[in-house]
Design a binder for this molecule. Structure first.
Ligand SMILES: [Cu+2]
Length: 147
């Protein structure tokens, strides 16, 4: 009983150990970003796909990532390793905006969309999935490719 609990704790702390960029790096990336040269990348979510399945982003390029839910269910956009490597300026919707240094998940309601202003800071291939129960099993997975 106790060892199972410990193992669970270790797994949790293990996943928390993903190296986040120091806050200073994110602040610098945001401060030096030229948003007039921003690129827009849209990801559409439906039952049960992300489209495109491979989301292309570029290191150092200020990006408006548009998350559009064109389905009838709510969907999550979760890419924890990716989230650790970006500088987030804000997430904006029709009702307001949120400024926070990092996120663990972004949920988009059916028929709604959010705009995420961010700067990718590291190249890599990152797993993307919807964490609503059963959705990833139905194929709601993708990849974020930062070059
Ligand atoms: Cu989903």
């Amino acid at each position: 009983m106790r060892s199972a609990f410990l193992a669970a704790l270790l797994i949790l702390s293990g996943s928390g150990a993903i190296a986040a960029p120091p806050p200073g790096d994110a602040a610098r990336a945001l401060a030096s970003a030229d948003w007039s040269k921003m690129e827009t990348v849209a990801v559409t979510m439906t039952e049960y796909t992300f489209s495109p399945a491979v989301v292309p982003l570029k290191v150092g390029v200020p990006t408006k990532l548009v998350l559009r839910n064109e389905g009838r269910e709510h969907h999550y956009f979760v890419a924890e390793a990716f989230f650790q490597t970006i500088a987030s300026r804000k997430i904006q919707g029709s009702d307001g905006e949120v400024k926070a240094p990092s996120f663990t998940a972004v949920e988009v309601y059916a028929g709604k969309s959010l705009e995420w202003f961010l700067v990718p800071m590291e190249a890599g291939t990152f797993e993307l999935l919807c964490t609503v129960k059963g959705h990833a099993d139905h194929g709601m997975k993708g990849t974020i490719q930062v070059r």
